[in-house]
Design a protein around this ligand. Sequence first.
Ligand code: ADP
Length: 191
Amino acid sequence: MVNFLIFGPPGSGKGTQSVRLAEKFNLIHLSTGDMLRAEITAGTELGKKMSLIMSKGELVPDEVVIEMIAYKIDNSKGSAGFLFDGFPRTVAQTIALEKMLNVRGMKIDSMLVLDVDHDELVKRLIARAELSGRPDDKDPAVIENRIDVYKEKTEPIINYCREKGIYQPVKGMGTIEDIFKRLADQMKELI
Ligand code: ADP
């Protein structure tokens, strides 16, 4: 199994690229954002609790997403590996993921980080709001907060992974196709 993190600020294209990359390389795409939104849509108690946090652009508690991911890892079979999208988002989540993988004889093999200019992120998220209907995409103040939360809580994971030698920066500007090719080329080296 080869396991990838796809990483980058909100609006960097993680979700769009993950769906295509998972298909191309037979990976299981695990997006904590999608899982949390599914809880909200299903009207579960967890979804109700998390929706306020998400609508403000804050992070949900580490233990919530760690538990979701652990369940998925144990209930997904028959793939070449996992593609983690939007998880981990804190160093604590990263350490938890490493442990989870290690006890199952796996590791994080690569962290692909999409690099996108700030103005482009805001533009993409505002455009996406029209299609997604996501409340956290509609409000410019929430978008800015998500970018700030990324810088403060999520970006430190880059240094953590750099020290482990698995950090791979990828230019995230250009067409969806161009970015896909750049990511796929990096991934091919490991698969
Ligand atoms: P984006 O990358 O556009 O911000 P996501 O779909 O990955 O969107 O996440 C949407 C929201 O879900 C986040 O702003 C956060 O509130 C919550 N969330 C998703 N994944 C995590 C995570 N790993 N840890 C904490 N909160 C998360």
